[in-house]
Design a protein around this ligand. Structure first.
Ligand code: DQQ
Length: 661
């Protein structure tokens, strides 16, 4: 177990652990493998499953009471809704949805945006099944959240993920496991780790992989103990020569880190990939916490991944940002185009520090410099520090994590896109959440102020049937259909040029414009909005605009905003409909450009080569299947826009259970 040290005490060698070599075979022999779906769980877990099943059954009974000979869940609920309801009947929305996660000491996992809706939409099976994505990774059924421990090993990409094997809501967290040759087509494997030990019986929570020189793999993850204390645990593959890494061994000496004095027992989680200390023998790992309202990243040192020493001070802290979950810390190259191994440092590198803010459920990052001798990271711009500056994604996105892909020498980012419908709808669908299309991450050498995120090149293998639209003139207030047929699975690249004369002649336009608060795409200004309408039906009764909006102040300076507006995405009242977005840097001579990945209920939008990204969840009722259409639009009043677009249909990814397992 780790030395139980305060954050400020100097290192005490007495408290250090043995110098035993990393992960000896003898460690492995002490416990049996822990993979497989049918492992026994302690009574406590069974009791938890029983209680949550009882709760669910009660909820479903409440929903369906009074129905005779039900045919299926959606029909039952719809039939129920179409009845005139006596005042004594219970609507799921008259109950505030139970908080999931918070009582156990992690961020809220229930989408609360629809809890006070008065109406429930009569969802049909067709509508609900349309919502399932076709080329994003998601489990076959049930709940998923954070991506965990991504890595590349013997020709396979591995993705682990927070998973509830029993339901489409958060709980009983287990590590799901899937492998892929190309990050697009996936094979589900048996669970990697289930909550079955005192040190993780209340949840096998988020963690990261470190690949050691020579290829050994160590996994550090947070366990929620039998006493509901957050601790860090060590696990490793039982058989490194297995390309599928099917069996995982939990180190019998777990936990290897416990909350030190001054740190709350529920404020200590999500260890990162480790990096080599300057001496080349010790490893450093950071994880998130808070002291009062200050979010912090603490650093531990280890030589064998079994014993840890808490270093004095912190890697970084930002007041008023609250608990930091899922910290990520990695170098980016300021000179080359390749990604960097987590241990790289020195000239030509900057370091990205990312934290997922428990308080507002957004992933924030900042660029800065890492001093390995003092273990301090300093932001390039204190005004854009972690939690107060840039976000990785301005939409529905959380708990992201990168890994270094040694095969293609790139850094790849995964992120969790949650649902913004009701839990009742998720239970009807039988699933909740998807992962983003994995994105490569590089430093933006042109701006020097942000990273660039871009879908991995392998996503392009799904493209077929390209259609190009060249220099489409969009006068103020116009809409142009892009006749490509059904528009539910698309990869779109589009560029927009505003009329230069009109732009320059405009002296003031919408100073203070803000995507989230300025009325969405229906609100017209001189220089915006213009862009694309995705998942729109032919009569435009449902549509999701993804657009640019230029604001200009009297001194002539212009700001470009990139937004995604869900407010008219669905006729259903019981789904979240937000307007997302941010400003985006546009350099002299650059056209405005966007890439959109449309995959049923998910729209991932990238502006200016990935300087800003927005992931939206939308749940249309009409613009589905063959009725989903695509349009260009210009809702500006004072400028015409010329648009060009190339659109590919996207095949579905092949995602299924590994044969013979
Ligand atoms: N999800 C995990 C935690 C993490 C949180 C639990 C972030 O380890 O802090 O499912 O979504």
């Amino acid at each position: 177990m780790a030395a139980n040290r305060s954050l400020t005490l100097p290192y005490d060698p007495e408290l250090a652990v043995s110098d035993a070599p990393l992960l000896e075979q003898s460690d492995q022999a002490e416990v049996s493998g822990s993979s497989g779906q049918s492992r026994q769980r302690p009574v406590k877990v069974l009791a938890g499953i029983f209680l949550s099943s009882l709760f669910l059954l009660t909820l479903i009974w409440t929903l369906f009471q009074g129905q005779e000979e039900p045919r299926d869940q959606a029909q039952m609920i719809n039939a129920n809704l179409n009845k005139s309801s006596p005042s004594s009947s219970v609507s799921p929305y008259s109950l505030i949805p139970a908080s999931r996660g918070v009582p156990q000491g992690v961020s809220e996992k229930t989408f609360r945006g629809v809890s006070d809706a008065n109406d429930i939409y009569p969802w049909t099976n067709a509508m609900l099944s349309w919502q399932r994505t076709s080329y994003h990774f998601q489990p076959e059924k049930h709940w998923m959240n954070d991506p965990n421990g991504p890595l590349f090993h013997m020709g396979w990409y591995h993705l682990f993920y927070q998973y509830n094997p029993d339901s489409a809501i958060w709980g009983n967290i287990t590590w799901g496991h899937a492998v892929s040759r190309d990050l697009i087509h996936w094979l589900y494997l048996p669970f990697a780790m289930v909550p079955d030990r005192p040190f993780d019986v209340n949840g096998v929570w988020t963690g990261s992989a470190t690949i050691l020189p020579g290829g050994k793999i160590v996994m550090l993850y947070t366990g929620d103990t039998d006493d509901l204390v957050q601790v860090q645990n060590l696990a490793y593959p039982a058989n490194l020569s297995d390309p599928l890494l099917l069996d995982w061994i939990k180190y019998p000496g777990n936990p290897v880190m416990i909350p030190p004095p001054g740190i709350g027992k529920k404020d200590f989680r999500d260890p990162t990939t480790a990096w080599l200390a300057p001496d080349g023998t010790k490893w450093l790992v950071t994880l998130g916490s808070k002291i009062n309202k200050t979010g912090i990243a603490m650093v531990y040192e280890t030589s064998d991944f079994k014993g840890y020493r808490l270093l004095d001070g912190v890697l970084h802290a930002v007041p008023h940002t609250g608990m930091w979950e899922c910290v990520d810390f990695y170098p980016v190259s300021t000179a080359g185009d390749n990604g960097l191994d987590t241990s790289a440092n020195g000239p030509g590198t900057k370091h990205v520090l990312k934290a997922s803010l428990d308080d507002n459920k957004h992933d924030y990052y900042a660029l800065g410099t890492y001093d390995p001798n003092n273990n301090k990271w300093t932001p390039d711009d204190p005004e854009l520090d972690v939690g107060i500056g840039l976000r990785l994604d301005y939409g529905k996105y959380y708990a992201s994590k990168t890994f270094y892909d040694q095969k293609k020498k790139r850094r790849i980012l995964w992120g969790w896109i949650g649902e913004t419908d009701s839990e009742a709808a998720d239970l009807m669908k039988g699933w909740a959440s998807v992962q983003t299309i994995p994105r490569t991450v590089v430093f933006d050498k042109k701006t020097g102020t942000n990273i660039l995120q871009w879908p991995v090149e392998e996503a392009e293998s799904l493209r077929f049937n390209a259609t190009e639209f060249d220099t489409v003139k969009l006068e103020p207030g116009s809409i142009a259909p892009l006749n490509i047929g059904s528009a539910t699975q698309l990869d779109i690249i589009a560029s927009f040029e505003v009329d230069r004369e009109a732009l320059e002649a405009t002296v003031e336009a919408d100073v203070g414009y803000n995507c989230t608060t300025s009325g969405g795409a229906a609100s017209r200004g001189k220089l915006g909005p213009f862009g694309l309408l995705v998942l729109a039906d032919g009569s435009l009764s449902e549509l999701t605009p993804v657009y640019f909006y230029i604001s200009k102040s009297t001194d002539g300076s212009a700001e470009t905003h990139f937004c995604s507006d869900e407010s008219r995405s669905s006729k259903a009242p019981d789904v979240g409909k937000l307007v997302y977005g941010s400003t985006v840097p546009v350099l002299d001579g650059e056209k405005l450009s966007a890439r959109l990945l449309v995959d049923h209920s998910v729209v991932e939008s990238f502006a200016q080569g990935g300087r800003r990204v927005i992931s939206s969840r939308v749940y249309p009722t009409k613009a589905i299947y063959g009725a989903a259409r695509l349009f260009l639009f210009n809702n500006a009043t004072g400028v015409s826009v010329t648009a060009s677009a190339k659109i590919w249909h996207m095949q579905s990814a092949d995602i299924r259970t590994f044969p013979d397992l």
